[in-house]
Design a protein around this ligand. Structure first.
Ligand code: DNO
Length: 388
């Protein structure tokens, strides 16, 4: 297992690469070219420059004895253009052009040493919450989903409130340019069925998977978040049967899963540990986090510890450790704690503070190490960091 940590890039994240390097056991940075719109070309120089930034240490650090190197093996995400999901040209982009740019991005990322590309296939929106700073009983804050708000609001008013909260930051899938084209996208989804989505999904996979195989890359789809339909749009990567169907659309190991257990587990009918065990061979990347369900359909994000929420994070890590999982794992959607709720609030990217995600890595590694030790197997992650 390789422990990783998401980073939004220089000038776009309050967390630095130096911060990440100092977290024990974390060696992989999960990155993207966040200024790219879905469907746009990723050039080799842009990719290489970002990878060089992540994998190098400054001359000053080298001089003072810093030897730990980070790698840039996971990209989250190369976003899929709506023309691909809809199977028709939209927003001035043809499906073929969007697919061509996706194929090229895969090839170029492979050349730069990337091993996994995460993406999602959600219509219109990426992830969705109704409150970014919901206060928990201990005073920390976390992302929150209030079912009544989503049931009662229109997509437009939800967008307005999201924009208000994110305050100039760009969240993946919520780029201002895309929001501006919302009406066109909304009209294009009228009448689109789940079957249409799977047909278009297969067309996409058949077109890009050979490029991934050639590049030594595995594509991992991220489940819908939350994992149920919203505003009547067809979401096709929500439940266990959906994941199985997506995998069956193309049998190559390059067509795999980014199993985000918080997203998958946001549907209270789903069983995260069972999904890990069922899909183990086709999981290339996993987001392990906790959420707590309430009887009225609301849920809050929570600390990673198993007792904090409804997701069996211990059972998940045991399943990975038992199966000798070789893929990447990252913590996700940390709470905002300490000065992230005061002096650092203004620059904070909701769900992506430093502290609680760092605590999350240590909890997950603790579960992993304990299970591996009990099984008498190597711990396999995070070289000792004490020099000599
Ligand atoms: C939210 C993230 C998602 C995820 C995409 C993958 O915090 O987990 O935005 O990156 O859905 O494409």
């Amino acid at each position: 297992m390789k422990m990783s940590f998401r980073w939004y890039g220089e000038g776009n994240d309050q967390v630095s690469l130096d911060d990440i390097r100092e977290i024990p056991g974390v060696e992989t940075v999960v990155w993207s070219l966040h200024h790219k719109q879905a469907g746009e070309e990723w050039t080799q120089p842009e990719i290489d420059a970002e990878v060089a930034k992540i994998t190098s240490t400054s001359p000053e650090d080298t001089a003072r004895g810093v030897t730990k190197k980070l790698n840039a093996e996971v990209v989250e995400s190369v976003n899929v253009h709506e023309s691909i999901k809809l199977g028709k040209d939209i927003l001035g982009v043809t499906r073929d052009e969007a697919i061509h740019n996706y194929q090229t991005a895969i090839t170029r990322l492979g050349r730069a040493g990337v091993k996994v590309i995460c993406y999602n296939f959600m219509p219109v929106f990426d992830w969705l919450r109704t409150d970014m700073f919901h206060t928990l009983p201990d005073g920390s804050t976390a992302l929150f989903f209030e079912k009544k708000v989503v049931d009662e609001l229109t997509p437009e008013s939800l967008i307005a409130s999201m924009e208000g909260h994110i305050d100039g930051l760009t969240l993946p899938g919520w780029e201002p340019e895309r929001l501006a084209s919302f009406e066109e996208i909304r009209a294009a989804y009228k009448g689109v069925t789940r079957e249409d989505m799977y047909t278009n999904y297969k067309y996409f996979l058949d077109a890009v998977v050979p490029y991934a195989e050639e590049a030594g890359i595995r594509l991992g789809v991220h489940p819908d978040d939350p994992a149920f339909d919203i505003f009547g749009w067809p979401r096709v990567v929500s439940r266990k049967a959906d994941l199985a169907r997506v995998l069956s659309l193309n049998d190559s190991p390059a067509n795999s899963l980014t199993l985000c257990l918080g997203s998958f587990g946001s549907n209270p009918d789903s069983d995260p540990v069972d999904a890990v065990k069922t899909f183990m061979d086709r999981i290339v990347f996993s987001h392990v986090r906790n959420i707590k369900h309430f009887p009225n359909g609301d849920f809050t994000e929570a600390g990673h510890r198993v007792t904090e929420g409804s997701i069996d994070t211990v059972g998940i890590m045991r399943a990975y450790a038992d199966a000798d999982y070789r893929g990447y794992i990252r913590p996700d959607h940390g709470r905002h704690i300490w000065d992230e709720n005061t002096t650092k609030r203004a620059e904070l990217r909701p769900g992506y503070g430093l502290y609680d995600r760092a605590l999350g890595t240590q909890y997950l590694l603790g579960c992993w190490d304990t299970e591996r030790r009990v099984l008498g197997r190597p711990l396999e992650t995070g070289a000792l960091n004490t020099g000599r």
